[in-house]
Design a protein around this ligand. Structure first.
Ligand code: AVJ
Length: 334
């Protein structure tokens, strides 16, 4: 949208090392711009990375414990079951680079299996969760060299000195890659190939295509935790941008888009209503939707093809017996 660009975000946020406060202000300005632009566009949308403020991160942890939400649980059990084989294929003494600070428990399993590594570098834009995860992992693995990097991992172009001349392994868990469209995922994988370099390996968790009877409840649980997680975007607008949105006048919806192979989440306006954000008024028709997330699902073969055209050669893929989730090990082939 026009006339609302007030702040240029640096390509590599870590390069500037701004104070925590400046960073928070920058984060809020970015959120404000995204909401104003997303509400002004047709169809309306808010990027899913804004789910994870303090409240949203808590709610996601609740989601991860739900019976219906299998990805976190199944990915952790795959790591636990196959960690020795995974570690053997990755090989010793690699610097471990994690994209997104993810779930520390899974990272801890992997680090435990890898044994002594020169450094662990988690990359995340959310400074607080990054530092919290880094602190916990340092405690779990005494002597581990943890070097958190505050940056947007989709745009990171450079790594700390220690990583430069060493072999590297990437880790991207939770099927967060599913939030990217196929084009974005290809661009991300190609950037990661460049960042990690020749001979590097990449371990990625990817959610599998599966029957809707399993998929839909995972994104629309009976307790309504996913609904609260989705609606928290509006709560965050109220808290951070001083709005007055009535959360009871919006509803959570999750549908499967068969053509694009993805879950799409929406917030649906339950009435014709106007909401105010930073002095602007946005009118929603009854039934009008705000698109809040895509979560793409892949067969093992589909993901291997995507990886192959992005500089990565599939080494091995592990799946659980119910075919709910996959872990892919890739090797940089150029
Ligand atoms: C963490 C992004 C992979 O897409 O399954 C959970 C987020 N959204 N329930 C996912 C999410 C709704 C999750 N990711």
């Amino acid at each position: 949208m026009e006339g609302e660009v007030s702040l240029q975000l640096p390509d590599d946020a870590a390069a500037l090392s701004p104070s925590v406060r400046a960073r928070a202000e920058q984060g809020q300005a970015e959120f404000a711009r995204a909401v104003l632009a997303g509400f002004a566009s047709t169809p309306r949308s808010i990027p899913c990375r804004f789910f994870y403020d303090a409240v949203g991160s808590e709610l996601f942890e609740e989601i991860a414990k739900l019976e219906e939400y299998y990805p976190t649980r199944v990915e952790a059990s795959l790591l636990e079951t196959y960690r020795a084989e995974i570690a053997a294929l990755i090989g010793p003494s690699r610097v471990l680079i994690e994209f997104g600070s993810g779930s520390s428990r899974k990272t801890s399993l992997l680090i435990g299996a890898l044994g002594k590594i020169p450094a662990y570098i988690p990359i995340d834009i959310a400074a607080e969760s990054l530092n919290e995860a880094a602190g916990w992992l340092s405690e779990q693995h005494p002597g581990l060299n943890v070097l958190p990097l505050i940056a947007d991992f989709t745009k990171t172009r450079a790594l700390p000195q220690i990583a430069r001349r060493r072999k590297k392994a990437g880790f991207f868990s939770g099927s967060t890659i599913g939030n990217l469209t196929h084009n974005e995922a290809r661009a991300f994988l190609a950037n990661a190939a460049r960042l990690l370099g020749k001979g590097s390996v990449f371990l990625i968790g990817v959610d599998l295509k599966k029957p809707l009877s399993i998929l839909i409840p995972a994104y629309n649980d009976v307790k309504g935790v996913t609904a609260a997680f989705n609606l928290n975007l509006l709560g965050r607008i109220n808290r951070e941008l001083g709005s007055d949105i009535d959360l009871t006048r919006f509803a959570h919806d999750a549908v499967y888009n068969e053509k694009d192979g993805r879950i799409e989440m929406y917030l649906v306006s339950l009435a014709r209503q106007s909401v105010h954000v930073l002095g602007r008024t946005f009118t929603f028709a009854e039934g009008e939707r705000i698109h809040t997330e895509n979560s793409h699902k892949y067969t093992v073969a589909e993901f291997q093809t995507l990886a192959s055209v992005s500089g990565w050669q599939p080494v091995k893929a592990w799946t659980d017996k119910d075919q709910l989730f996959s872990l892919h090990l890739l090797r940089h082939h150029q």
